[in-house]
Write a protein that binds this ligand. Structure first.
Ligand code: 6R9
Length: 574
């Protein structure tokens, strides 16, 4: 099915939290994980306590929890600092009547205030809704309206994008900035924080009480509010241990914004549940800035995305040599298929393997991953996390044998599984239409060794002359060509073949579009992959349309091609 299946990169000899994958998988038991938390004793829980206060109670209050840098700030906060600040904000929230179950949104660029606010919201038992700072008026309004948000934390600049008069449920807006003009419903965040007590009685909730609401775009219609509960922390904690491989002295950097689920589950919850030092970098930055962040903070674990790794590959090897990246112990990726070429490049240039991880907003945590103790097959997402059963099934729920492409499905339930789509029960039920399974909407196959190989979103699979082709395989071959920086592949309707493959390509520095180059690239795929997988049409673009989490938006490419409406574009990058 895939000519890459035989290639493996062995695990490094160093020790890891997981140890033998097969043993961990066979002996796994969620009860053992639960025993590590205080709720096992009290029956009540609060994720913010487990992430921050518990470490203070355990005598680690003076340890650095957060190192924040952007163009204008460079600050460090201990666990004790975060405990006090989030207590203060929890008290501010309470003084405005905000209580358990309320939806409170954060709409601000990455800053210490964002992280403090988010923790404070969780401490009062409210449900936090993080938004990308780049959202414009309609995107903000849709989400606040659908969720019935009662409060929002934002900055003076972003406040102008909040249509207050059209949002009757939105009672209070906390504005964090200088010289805030206070008026009905507009509160000066810093002034209130200065007055608030740093002691606070945490709202102890049930495991199944609401934690976070992440809006994510479908291909059509409005974004869906994916609702997660405190119980998800079991998955955050366990995957933090065995996938991120978090250990006491690690300096951890997840590059994702909290507007994306990666920026909360693994940018906040997993690292702090483990009490490690978390590096947060704000602002936009160049490859040099990224490497600088690793070098200056002595980052040991780095979690990023294929779009970033492709950018580094494009920027080349020379720039890597200008930095000392020797602190790095473990590198991970999520969000999109990780092209084998990128894994090979990373292994050569960083001298470290890049570990792909697969999961979704809806799954709340990592489900299929590569582990530091297991061989990597470049191009494969790896194997199910212990405690998770994954399979490839057909549309009737029949489990398919190895090497057959089908629906990537997960046995229900698991601790971080979404519990609701806000206001949209029919949408929720679609994911569970086959009894006993969660249907991801991705297609994949599993090989004889139990490794899973991503093929595409169901809607993206191409059918050309009766052959089913996953766009990812073609895109990965395309980025092996020296001229290609990024590629997005779609099926274009064709009267003879059903569909033909069309590739949209952005070129690397130093290459310019030409008919010869198109031919050469098509030939490269034909010879390297197969004739039926070679694009019959190629179009060069300066940039490909991407989401804020770095995913190439194939449905936008398709809409361009077919002159159709592109659906919800609120998460597009530009
Ligand atoms: C965490 C996150 C989910 C969709 C998912 C899939 C794609 C994510 C991937 C991957 C191939 C990986 N995806 N990780 N595809 N390999 N390692 O990304 O959540 O933004 O909801 O996206 O992203 O198509 O279904 P979300």
């Amino acid at each position: 099915m895939n000519q890459l299946q035989g290639e493996t990169i062995a695990a490094a000899a160093s020790s890891s939290n997981l140890g033998s994958y097969d043993e961990a998988y066979a002996n796994f038991n969620w009860d053992e994980i639960e025993k590590q938390f205080s709720w096992y004793v009290t029956g009540k829980v609060n994720l913010a306590y487990e992430a921050i206060d518990r470490h203070v109670d355990a005598g680690k209050g003076a340890k650095i929890a957060l190192r924040f840098t952007d163009q204008s700030r460079d600050e460090a906060y201990t666990f004790e600092d975060l405990q006090a600040l989030s207590n203060q904000f929890a008290n501010v929230l309470r003084s405005y009547g905000i209580t358990k179950g309320d939806r409170v949104f954060v709409f601000m660029p990455r800053s210490p205030e964002l992280y403090v606010s988010l923790l404070g919201i969780i401490k009062v038992g409210a449900v936090v809704g993080p938004l990308f700072e780049a959202f414009m008026e309609t995107a903000v309004k849709d989400r606040l309206e659908d969720s019935g948000a009662v409060a929002l934390v934002t900055t003076p600049t972003l406040l102008s994008r909040v249509k207050r008069n059209e949002l009757p449920s939105l009672k209070t807006i906390f504005v964090a900035g200088e010289e805030i003009e206070v008026s009905e419903g507009i509160v000066d965040y810093h002034a209130e924080m200065a007055e608030a007590s740093a002691d606070c009685e945490i709202e102890w909730v049930n495991r199944e009480d609401g934690l976070i609401l992440h809006y994510t775009s479908g291909s059509t219609g409005k974004p869906k509010g994916v609702y997660h509960v405190h119980n998800a922390m079991l998955q955050h904690y366990y995957t933090g241990k065995v996938v991120l491989d978090l250990q006491e002295d690690d300096i951890y950097w997840c590059t994702a914004d909290p507007g994306w689920v990666t920026g909360t589950s693994y940018g906040i919850f997993a690292p702090w549940l483990h009490g490690v030092t978390n590096v947060i970098r704000g602002g936009r930055f160049t490859p040099g800035d990224w490497y600088n962040t690793i070098q200056n903070n002595k980052v040991t674990i780095w979690y990023s995305a294929p779009t970033a790794f492709r950018m580094f590959m494009g920027a080349g090897e020379d720039i890597v040599k200008q930095y000392n990246l020797s602190s790095l112990r473990h590198i991970l990726s999520v969000g999109e298929p990780l092209n084998p070429e990128v894994v090979r490049w990373g292994n050569k240039v960083y001298g470290r393997r890049i570990h792909d991880t697969w999961w979704m907003t809806e799954t709340g945590g990592q489900l299929i991953c590569n582990y530091s103790s297991m061989p990597i097959k470049p191009g494969s997402m790896g194997k199910p996390v212990p405690g998770i059963q994954a399979a490839i099934i057909d549309d009737n729920g029949k489990i398919l044998p190895p090497n057959r492409m089908g629906n990537l499905a997960i046995r229900t339930p698991w601790p971080s599984m979404m519990r609701l789509i806000w206001n949209n029960a029919p949408k929720y039920e679609e994911y569970f239409r086959i009894p006993g399974w969660y249907i991801s909407g991705d297609t994949a196959f599993m090989d004889e060794d139990g490794y899973f190989w991503f093929q595409g979103r169901i809607d993206d699979v191409i059918n050309s002359s009766g052959e089913r082709i996953g766009p990812f395989e073609v895109e990965s071959k395309l980025v092996e060509h020296p001229a290609v920086a990024e590629a997005g592949v779609i099926g274009k309707p064709d009267p003879v073949r059903g569909e033909i493959i069309k590739a949209f390509i952005s070129l690397r520095e130093g290459y310019s579009p030409s008919a010869e180059l198109k031919e050469e690239i098509a030939k490269f795929v034909k010879e390297g992959l197969s004739a039926h997988a070679a694009p019959r049409e190629i179009e060069f673009k300066d940039k490909l349309p991407k989401t804020r989490s770095g995913k190439i938006m194939r449905r936008v490419l398709k809409a361009w091609e077919l002159n159709l409406p592109a659906g919800d574009l609120s998460t597009i990058e530009d």
